[in-house]
Design a protein around this ligand. Sequence first.
Ligand SMILES: NC(=O)c1ccc[n+]([C@@H]2O[C@H](COP(=O)([O-])OP(=O)(O)OC[C@H]3O[C@@H](n4cnc5c(N)ncnc54)[C@H](OP(=O)(O)O)[C@@H]3O)[C@@H](O)[C@H]2O)c1
Length: 235
Amino acid sequence: MKLSDSRIIITGGSSGIGYATAKYLVEKGAKVLITGRDKEKLEKAANETGAVAVVADVAKEEDIEYTFQQVKEKLGGLDVLINNAGIGRRKSLDELSLQDFEEIFRVNVYGAALMAKNAAQIFKEQNYGHIINIASTAAKKGYANGTVYSSSKFALRGMTECWQAELRPHNVRVMLVNPSEVTTAFGQPDRKERPEQANKLRSEEIAHTIVAALEMDDRGFIPEVTVFATNPFKN
Ligand SMILES: NC(=O)c1ccc[n+]([C@@H]2O[C@H](COP(=O)([O-])OP(=O)(O)OC[C@H]3O[C@@H](n4cnc5c(N)ncnc54)[C@H](OP(=O)(O)O)[C@@H]3O)[C@@H](O)[C@H]2O)c1
């Protein structure tokens, strides 16, 4: 697709992968709308990246409705949805509660699905559109204390395959990106971005992957891409 003048929503665009992707897409000439819950952080990110800020929580249906009203008003339409907002939690099986599942799934699974539902309505009508879901290597392999997070990303991966089957006949490309560890604020107790490390990915590698997948001519699409650090053993 041609990115210049395209209209794109990124959920969770105020830090990390969403921020880096917004910055890169704006540089490519796209009109980008970013969402997030923390107004101050989101507005700072919008000023720095050139995106439009819409304070919205993907865990709330009314905020999703509001996001799509804002898309109409501020972007004048939609070509791409990037379901990036996500949260994690590490807990052993014996510590888990129903509330843990509800809180994580509400963002990583239900939020992503309802965003996609609204986007798909627009995309089917225009017979064109793109959805990128940001899952994780945890969507492909479980690990100790990963029950809630890993199962939420397995669910996102499963939904991606369902949406591919439903939306390909409408010329809509649905793609999954699985980053391995990226040095963002993700999972940090103080919510602070981690310093770069030579043996780990930066948000820029994931932004690059997303932009490359979108820029491919629309006759083709990448169903799923996993991004690893080249040499995780490096000091
Ligand atoms: N970092 C990694 O190692 C890694 C690896 C694999 C996959 N991922 C995935 O990559 C995605 C982005 O994570 P990141 O590493 O960039 O983390 P991050 O820096 O913590 O960014 C998360 C973004 O999502 C927003 N967000 C969180 N909950 C939200 C909600 N309910 N509604 C709207 N926005 C919300 C945050 O802003 P507010 O808190 O202000 O809402 C922030 O802008 C996530 O889906 C994560 O699972 C990350």
